[in-house]
Every structure is written in C-alpha cells, then in structure tokens.
Design a protein around this ligand. Structure first.
Ligand code: SAM
Length: 269
C-alpha cells in the first residue's frame, strides 16, 4: 500500500483547481474502477495520472498502461508512487494537442481508456477518443449531471450530447461516486460511466455538425432546424418520410440511431 497523501506532502505538492485536480485515494474504489473498465490484460490509456492512485490500480491488472499527465510537478511524486511497476509509461503531453492520429500511432495497438478525467475538459476528451481507430471503450469519472445527459435515451436530458455519444458508442452509468470520495472534495457528485464503441463507427466533424444542427433549437422540428442549417426542405421531408418519421418530428423523437440514418440519407455524416 502506498501512502499517497504523505508522498504529496513530502514533495510540497499544491493542488491546482484549474487542472481539475481531485484525487481518489481509496484503494478498493480505485480497483473497482480499473475492473469496471476491463483493465485485465489490456493496453490502457489514462488521462491525468495525478499522484498515480488510479494508475497503480490499473497497472496491477493491465498488460500495459500509458498515462498522460500535464502537471510536471507531479512527476517526482509519480516516480515514487509508481516505483516497481514496469508496465507503465508516462507522457507529459496534452493529448488534445497531440491529436488522435498521433495518440493512436504512439499506442500502436487496440486500447481502452480508463480515467478520472479533469472536469474542465471531460467532453472534449470523450469525443477525442470516440474519433480513435483503436480505442474500444472509455471508462471514466465525470460529473453526475454530465453522465445522466450522456446516458439519457429520452426525455429532457436527451440532446446533442447524448445523441452524439450514442451514435458511436453504447454508454452506461456503472455507479455514482460521492463527492467525499475525492480530495479536495468537489461541489458535485460524480458518476463512473463506461462507453463501449459500436464497431465500424467513429465520431467525426461532419457528425458533430449534423447532430448540433438537429438540436440547434430543441423545441423546433427537424425540418426547421435543418433548413436553418442550409439543407433544402424538400430533401429533409423526403428523407424523413423514407425513414418512416413524421415531417413534424423533433430530433429527440428519432433517437441517436434514427438521426444517424437521417444524416446518412441526407449525405451529411
Ligand atoms: N488519476 C488521478 C486520481 O484518480 O486520483 C488524478 C485525477 S484528477 C481528476 C485529473 C488529473 O488530470 C490531474 O492530475 C491533472 O493535472 C491532469 N490533467 C489535467 N489536464 C490534463 C491534460 N490536458 N492532459 C493530461 N492530464 C491532465
């Protein structure tokens, strides 16, 4: 067992709110996250090693762990907390700046993501890995409210975020994690979610634009939203009719799969 808090104090580490630094120390919870993500014998990518708490739990189960951390003041801490684990490789890059093709090339084989994500870039990171050719699943901690939107299949929470994720992955909430499990304690509870990629699909700029256009004004019909985005009205009504949807349908009535079909019919995704 590693006493993470003592190592952080020894290295005079100062938490940076701007980097979303909320660490978890509970070994049982950390192991549960690693197991829920499917770490066993897998090649894993972690964003935000922090003090190496989740990294250790993952590395114990994984074939290989590639962990990214941008706060270099954590490197002396990580040197200590990850000592003796020879299947861990640390990177100091910001993956978002590297680009997904470079990350895929760097990892070089199918992988999964397991992470306690920094909150300020949760959704960009999720969509970043949903574009990957090699990433099979993403298991991560996100704010509870974001998790509920991602995993909503209808009703008020269902929107562009839910549909965009569900077009290329099957999301589910594994469990809720209370704010007191983090240090420092954030204001809101979190949820552990797992997104399993649908084979043969990947997120793209075209998909992003089409889904945002569909939900541009949630109360308006698809015909209204998509004509405002420059698609000819007769094309939209014809496509909706062909797919068996009413010409007055709103985006949420089609669900992610229906919207994907509509996007394909209109040549937009
Ligand atoms: N994995 C640790 C844990 O569970 O205790 C730390 C999680 S903490 C919520 C998020 C970590 O991500 C922080 O250590 C932060 O410095 C790091 N981070 C923030 N932005 C990052 C980025 N763009 N790339 C890599 N790491 C980042």
């Amino acid at each position: 067992m590693v006493d993470y808090e003592s190592v952080l104090i020894k290295h005079k580490f100062k938490f940076k709110k701007s980097l979303g630094q909320n660490f978890i120390y509970d070994d049982e919870l950390l192991d549960e996250i690693a197991a829920a993500g499917g770490a066993d014998n897998a090649t894993v990518v972690e964003i935000g090693a922090g003090a190496g708490t989740l990294s250790r739990a993952i590395a114990k189960r994984a074939k290989k762990l590639n962990s990214f951390e941008i706060d270099e003041t954590l490197f002396p801490v990580l040197e200590e907390t990850l000592e003796g684990l020879d299947n861990v490789q640390l990177f100091s890059n910001n993956v978002l700046e590297l680009g997904i093709e470079t990350v895929d090339t760097l990892i070089g084989e199918p992988y999964i993501v397991i992470a306690n994500l920094p909150y300020y870039i949760t959704t960009p990171l999720i969509f970043f890995f949903l574009r990957s050719e090699l990433c099979g699943s993403i298991t991560c901690l996100v704010q509870k409210e974001v998790a509920e939107r991602i995993c909503s299949y209808g009703g008020g929470d269902f929107g562009a975020l839910s549909a965009s994720v569900q077009a290329v992955a099957e999301p589910k909430i594994v469990r809720i994690i209370k704010s007191w499990d983090f240090n420092p304690q954030p204001e809101v509870d979190s949820a552990l979610i797992r997104l399993d990629r649908k084979s043969g699909t990947a997120f793209s700029d075209a998909l992003d634009k089409f889904f945002k256009d569909c939900f541009a004004q949630k109360r308006k019909t698809l015909v209204n939203n998509l004509t405002a985005a420059g698609i000819a009205k007769p094309d939209i009504t014809a496509a909706l009719e062909k797919l068996g949807f009413a010409p007055t349908a709103r985006a949420e009535e089609l669900g992610a799969d229906g919207l994907m079909k509509l996007g394909k019919e209109l040549g937009r995704v």
